[in-house]
Design a protein around this ligand. Sequence first.
Ligand code: PLP
Length: 483
Amino acid sequence: MSGHMTPEEFRRYGRQVVDWIADYQEKIESYPVLSRVRPGEVLEALPEHPPEHGEGFEAVLADLDRVIMPGVTHWQHPSYFAYFPANASGPAILGDLLSAGLGVQGMLWATSPACTELETRVTDWLAELLDLPAGFRSGGAGGGVIQDSASSAALVAVLAALRRADGGAAGREGITRRHTLYISSQTHSAMEKAAGIAGIGAGNVRTVDVDPATLAMDPAHLDALLAEDAAAGALPVLVCATVGTTSTTAVDPVAGIGEVCRRHGVWLHVDAAYAGVAAVCPELRWVNDGLAGNADSYATNPHKWLLTNFDCTVLWVADRAPLIGALSILPEYLRNQASASGEVIDYRDWQISLGRRFRALKLWSVIRWYGAEGLREHVRTGIRLAAGLASWIREDPAFELHDHHPFGLVCFRPRWDGLPDAEADAATLELMRRLNASGDLYLTHTKVGGRVLLRMAIGAPATGAEHVRAAWRRITEEAGAGA
Ligand code: PLP
């Protein structure tokens, strides 16, 4: 078993693998949602040394069941409600398999023209499906690109913004004066990380106030901070607004923030990693409010809620010139006629790494399989189920609902009448621990105003009304037992 796998062998094992995945999909509800292994258990079950002689693929499949599966948390389980969903779907899995099968490395247009041109087409398609501003389409100055994650999209946006702010000085000489970046307490930590990586420094990340009720960024405070920093000689680089924050899906006022950014000449990045895809539904297009004419970059993750398995973040820019200016570098070995002609896109200039996978295939497969109506139906199902859950919570005097739940996330907590806040929070966390340990469902938590809230994010493709009902029953039973 030491030679290459022949096409005939590939056909045989490939069928086994596809059957294995289909069986997994059929029996996923029989697994505990959250893996129960203890730290080190999977590691110990794996041989310390690699094999000298090749083994049959049957051996891999056997170990998949024996060693790997106990250590898997089942993100596609219909009772998975933790973090945000990470949707996988049949067409996405098959699109990814095709990408692996082709083994294309699409760093340049020339290294596989279809890899580039399909990506251009599907990012334009998604911009159309979401009704994003026309300037984000590839036909004008802007365009879209698939990144591995919203975190990478944030870093790329910071680098493009830096390039626009200082004309490339930081790229040439390093950062020689104080640069600043603006977030709120609700912004995803990826932005602070990006500021650190880009050399702006976590200490120069300024935290703009939020409205205590809505948790939305306050444009007036942003305006004041920008003015103060500019007066002190700093160079403001980027403001990050969020549509659908990680903690509670709060929505920043993009139009108001954009007006401030334009006045101060600062790049506006809008992070809509989770909620942006909701705009496939016309009734949810308000999530795009304020983007047109304001957002310099915008990112959303089909790999969260739009049925496309990880990794697939789409980043759009209104003007690709600063992005390419920041990230393009041309060693001799990458020179080629097509790039020199200026007629093609080389997406290596739109991302951190050189190499890139053929990720457009899975997004293309998803959009073609579901069509706009299928995508809308998926988003609407998550929202409908979340609204139902929120109504049960609201009606239950033993629970308190966080009253903002426009998407698939619902935040709440038991009231634990009579307990001081710290003890009530500890009881909420203990309730979550017991529920998750039961294997029946998986929830996570956040803190708002210093108080612990449970987060229940609905949006796995297999989740139906019966799963949400069963989860709510388990939560109320377990809270009753712990009271
Ligand atoms: N931004 C927001 C608003 C998020 O909710 C998340 C993840 O939940 C991220 C960024 C990071 O996403 P990724 O895992 O794609 O880097």
